[in-house]
Design a protein around this ligand. Structure first.
Ligand SMILES: NC(=O)c1ccc[n+]([C@@H]2O[C@H](COP(=O)([O-])OP(=O)(O)OC[C@H]3O[C@@H](n4cnc5c(N)ncnc54)[C@H](O)[C@@H]3O)[C@@H](O)[C@H]2O)c1
Length: 366
């Protein structure tokens, strides 16, 4: 088992990473003196595929405990999804001495983290990510929240967990399209980290989709170490942390425009291609770099499908994204591997052209 420390000033916490380590959850709860009343929010699909493992945890918890079964979808990552969790907490008499545990993917982790950060002005919280995407990204860094009206993640808080436990055994029941989603989010790190990460993913991307245990663990460790370091330097996203949003301004708008039929990790892949198109348009990268960089996300081209896309709606949705200000959309764009430019603004026609060129790779002709 690996232990990776996230050193946010005033809130340090470990990420435990290993196969089969869920059976150490209760031990870690005791070790970190978190043994209070326990409220678990578990993804319904986890309960279906890993019932024995979850039940074993519940059995071994020697305290007041409750399991809220959550249906993970972007539609249910909402005010109403959160309300149902608050109602269980309140009706069952949970109080300030509650430890909330999220067991599931990024959707479950985001909404549960939000509830934990606001219930009784904040109770302790543990993340147990069960998708590749949540293992490499969303479980670390403390962003919580839900979607409201037509905007992704528009309501949220920064709230760090007590610890994160990544048990890679959960990943074995993920359908292929969820492994593609996780891979999409991992591609972002190829541009954020360095040339070696880029080349390694280019060479071995299929090892992620086929869940090669050694490679998957190595990549999860690299991503969470990198993200942990960035968040430690800029927890509230006033500067450096913005680089983690590479491809995301486009991605969130695609998710909304496609009515969430395009999943987050797929949308991030398309968003990275659009970001590269815009980088080329604005002269941040030359044609050679553009061709080379684009070849990585396009390895997933046949696994992602957009049927039709309203570019004007994508543009209007991007304008509403919380990262913009004064009606200006702000982008994070690659200038090189390991070198990102943040807060880039661009003329509307160039943005729309980048969207059009980017999605053309994923539009399937019938
Ligand atoms: N907080 C952050 O910093 C951050 C970062 C990136 C993404 N996100 C958010 O994360 C969300 C996407 O997360 P996700 O891709 O994990 O999606 P998800 O939580 O919806 O999980 C994907 C699907 O897999 C199922 N599932 C989960 N674990 C499983 C397992 N082990 N076996 C079988 N099925 C399983 C779920 O029920 C769901 O149907 C988005 O809402 C995105 O906005 C947040």
């Amino acid at each position: 088992m690996k232990k990776i420390e996230v050193k946010i000033p005033g809130k340090e916490y470990p990420i435990f990473l290993g196969e089969g380590i869920i059976n150490r959850l209760v031990q870690f709860i005791k070790l970190y003196k978190l043994n209070q009343n326990i409220f678990i929010v578990v993804d319904r699909n986890i309960l279906r595929s890993h019932a024995a493992r979850v039940e074993d945890i519940i059995k071994r918890l020697n305290c007041k405990k409750f399991m809220h079964v959550y249906d993970a979808s972007e539609a249910n990552k909402s005010f109403f999804g959160a309300e149902k969790i608050y109602l269980d907490l309140i009706n069952l008499g949970f109080t300030r001495d509650t430890l909330v545990i999220a067991i599931g993917g990024g959707i479950t982790g985001d909404i549960t983290g939000f509830v934990a950060s606001t219930f009784m002005r904040g109770v302790k919280f543990i993340q147990v990510p069960t998708t590749l995407l949540s293992a490499v990204d969303s479980s670390v860094g403390g962003k919580t929240g839900f979607n409201f009206e037509e905007t992704k993640n528009i309501v949220g808080t920064f709230y760090q967990p007590e610890f994160v436990l990544v048990d890679t055994a959960f990943l074995k029941t993920l359908p292929e399209d969820e492994l593609i989603c996780g891979t999409g989010e991992i591609l972002k790190y190829a541009f954020l980290i360095d040339e070696e990460m880029f080349d390694s993913l280019h060479r071995d991307i299929t090892k992620l989709i086929t869940l090669n245990a050694g490679f998957v663990s190595k990549i999860i460790e690299k991503c969470v170490r990198f993200k942990g370091d960035v968040v430690a330097k800029d927890e509230k996203e006033s500067g450096l942390r913005k680089i983690l949003n590479l491809g995301h301004t486009f991605a969130h708008a695609f998710e909304v425009e496609q009515n969430y039929l395009l999943k987050h990790g797929q949308a991030v892949t398309v968003g990275i291609v659009c970001a590269l198109e815009l980088s080329l348009e604005l002269g941040l990268i030359n044609q050679n770099k553009y061709e080379r960089f684009k070849s990585l996300p396009l390895l997933l081209k046949d696994k992602i499908e957009i049927k039709h896309c309203d570019i004007n709606l994508v543009y209007e949705t991007m304008k509403r994204d919380k990262k913009g200000s004064e009606d200006k959309i702000k982008f994070v764009l690659p200038a090189d591997l390991g070198r990102l430019v943040v807060d880039v603004t661009a003329p509307e026609e160039k943005v729309k052209l980048a969207v059009q060129k980017g999605i053309s790779n994923f539009i399937k002709q019938i």
